[in-house]
Design a protein around this ligand. Structure first.
Ligand code: GLN
Length: 457
């Protein structure tokens, strides 16, 4: 165990000065965890499912006694007095928490460039972003600095960085994993999930973090299958849905052909590929970018300089204290979201924007219900392009939001989605394949993903 952890810590020492995936990594602390697990083993005590396996944790998940900043100045000095549910599960499973990974501030973004603290680079090409917002977790796995990582996905933040960094990333069903101790962004969309070098790793990590927890009232009390047990059983008679709406104008030709090649692989394995329609998916970006900012504006109201976190040094009066604190503590993208959300929720606009968005959200969900009556999984690209250059989209919020075109609908519908590596572009950049399944069908999703992965081994 000690050996394994030190090998990854050595890789962090070599690579992370360039990649900058980690906001914190305390070598001695990680080695102590590994030593404790070794001692348990030597004493003949039973070991957990992740015994000795390093896991990097996105820095919007609380770990008792460790700074949890959400890559925001606002929480620069916040040290939670408790563990997130998933972190407690990692500890019980004897994982080694190897460090805390970088993210877009409060998980808002698609490139990790919105971090207040550092710029994370794609481990495959240092001029490009690792994606976001779980860019640090994806870069850490893609750079082989950890075998496993946790991320959060509100609109694609696990799947898109996984695709950019050539790793596996999964957003479980809304309600599959407890968000207790995840700093909230958009509560009706947020979900915690695994990133890993392969499907088996993702399945193993999901097995540990999934399951009921009364502290998150949206967390559903149904049994968690042993995902790793069934993983290698191919799905016979698999029907894969392909929607024309996922192959639109902005889609890069190399991404499209990688996805089509993947479909050929499935067909050769006996799967049936069937055309489906998701007619409302063209409204997903507009819908998400109302719903998510509305919820964010409510969730982030707590950062007022009083409860906890940052407070401005000088101000005139109480109102000025709130304004100055929020003005100085939040970065530009977070402010943009808070303004959009506050506007869309304000009296007079609520019906026109927020309520309307909720209605369209329902239609998007019903598209999936209809499609899944005919197919077992849906295949699509993860993002319209491979990893883009650092700086390329940061001044164009709309172009950045369009990165999420293919991932947002799963969050709006609450269904699980996985991103798996599906080859490289001519520039050597990883391309991801997205698979979606009905709610709580993670087992099906993982088995389908594994079928493809085996063919590329
Ligand atoms: N890129 C999306 C956004 O900026 C999704 C972020 C996420 O999933 N946390 O909101």
């Amino acid at each position: 165990m000690l050996f394994r952890s030190s090998a990854f810590l050595n890789q962090i020492a070599v690579r992370d000065s360039q990649v900058q995936a980690f906001l914190q990594c305390d070598r001695d602390e990680a080695l102590q965890q590994a030593e404790r697990i070794d001692a348990k083993r030597q004493n003949g005590q039973p070991l957990g499912k992740l015994a000795g396996l390093p896991v990097a944790v996105k820095n919007n998940l609380c770990i008792k006694g460790q700074p949890t900043t959400c890559a925001s100045r606002m929480l620069e000095n916040f040290v939670p007095p408790y563990d997130a549910h998933v972190v407690a599960r990692l500890k019980e499973a004897d994982a080694v928490i190897i460090g805390r990974t970088n993210l877009d501030e409060f998980a808002m973004g698609s490139s990790t460039e919105n971090s207040a603290f550092q710029l994370t680079r794609n481990p495959h090409d240092s001029e490009r972003t690792p994606g976001g917002s779980s860019g640090g977790s994806a870069a850490a796995v893609g750079g082989e600095m950890t075998p496993l990582a946790l991320g959060s996905d509100t609109g694609g933040s696990i799947r898109q960085p996984a695709a950019f960094c050539g790793v596996v990333g999964m957003k479980p069903t809304y309600g599959r994993v407890s968000r207790y101790g995840l700093v909230a962004f958009a509560s009706s969309l947020d979900q915690i999930g695994p990133l890993a070098g392969d499907v088996t790793g993702a399945a193993r990590l999901l097995e540990v973090i999934a399951g009921h927890d009364a502290r998150d009232s949206t967390c559903v009390d149904i049994p968690v299958p042993e995902y790793t047990q069934s993983l290698n059983e191919p799905l016979s008679g698999l029907t894969i849905g392909v929607a024309a709406e996922h192959f639109t104008d902005g889609l890069d030709a190399e991404v499209e052909s990688a996805v089509r090649r993947a479909l050929d692989v499935y067909a050769a394995l006996g799967a049936t590929v069937k055309e489906i329609s998701l007619p409302h998916s063209r409204y997903a970006v507009a819908t998400y970018y109302v719903v998510a900012p509305c919820e964010a504006s409510s969730n982030l109201a707590r950062y007022d300089g009083v409860h906890y976190g940052f407070r401005a040094e000088s101000f005139e009066n109480m109102i000025d204290m709130y304004a100055t604190t929020r003005g100085e503590g939040f970065g530009d993208e977070v402010k943009r979201r808070l303004m959009i959300g506050t506007y869309a929720l304000s009296a007079g606009y609520y019906d026109a924007y927020y309520l309307k968005a909720l209605k369209v959200r329902r239609l998007i969900r019903e598209d999936f219900d209809r499609a899944f009556a005919d197919v077992d999984v849906i295949a699509s690209p993860v993002s319209p392009t491979p990893a883009f250059k650092i700086g390329a989209l940061i001044d164009d919020p709309l172009a950045m939001y369009l990165q999420d075109l293919y991932t947002l609908s799963a969050n709006l519908a609450g269904i699980p989605g996985i991103s798996i590596p599906a080859g490289l572009s001519s520039d050597g950049l990883p391309i991801g394949l997205q698979l979606l399944a009905p709610a709580f069908e993670e087992e099906r999703l993982l088995r389908a993903a594994r079928m493809f992965e085996r063919e590329s081994e």
